[in-house]
Design a binder for this molecule. Sequence first.
Ligand code: 5GP
Length: 205
Amino acid sequence: MKGIVFVISGPSGAGKTSILKVVLEANSDLDFSVSYTTRKSRPTEVDGKDYIFVTQDEFRRLREEEEFLEWAKVHGNHYGTSRTQVRKSVDSGRDILLDVDIQGAMSVMRELTDAVYIFVAPPSYGELVKRLEARGTENTESLKVRLEDAKWELEQVKHFQYLVVNDNLNHSVNQLEAIITAARLRVDRIVKEKGERFLFEEKTT
Ligand code: 5GP
């Protein structure tokens, strides 16, 4: 069976990265798509694990080589999803999680119609403002850009299949795991891969 692509998106500060971290640590059968970015590394980030940090020139070269499944300029920096990584996981039957912004998720929607699209929202816009301020990772200008972008981003929830409102990390982790389990059990996907008579095969799982 081919692996499933899970696209996790939502405004910056909704808590996608924290949820994903816990889910990935607890589920070794899931891969994470490590994006390329031209953003500067934050002190706690590891090159190759959180992101692959590249220069503008390297990013441009990768884009020209069509290495990106999608790419976007997010809050002033470039981010791109590696087509090679995603293909490798899916072809080897492993499910892979993408942490992308809304524009990126919508580009993937045009290309991968059978991926699973999950929107992570903050409990409210006001809460998002508080979280981004408290996180302290952004300067005033970058904070302003992120909050302005978040207004349009919240309106795009209608294009997604699942919603996780992140008011509590544990609940959100459980909800994301439930979505993953449900997607793995979908009959239409199993039929597409194995044919309608799959239950007559010797092994059904
Ligand atoms: P941050 O700079 O806070 O790590 O991420 C900023 C935003 O970029 C987040 O919403 C994150 O999901 C998004 N992002 C990270 N990697 C990618 C990617 O490969 N493509 C797109 N389109 N967005 C990404």
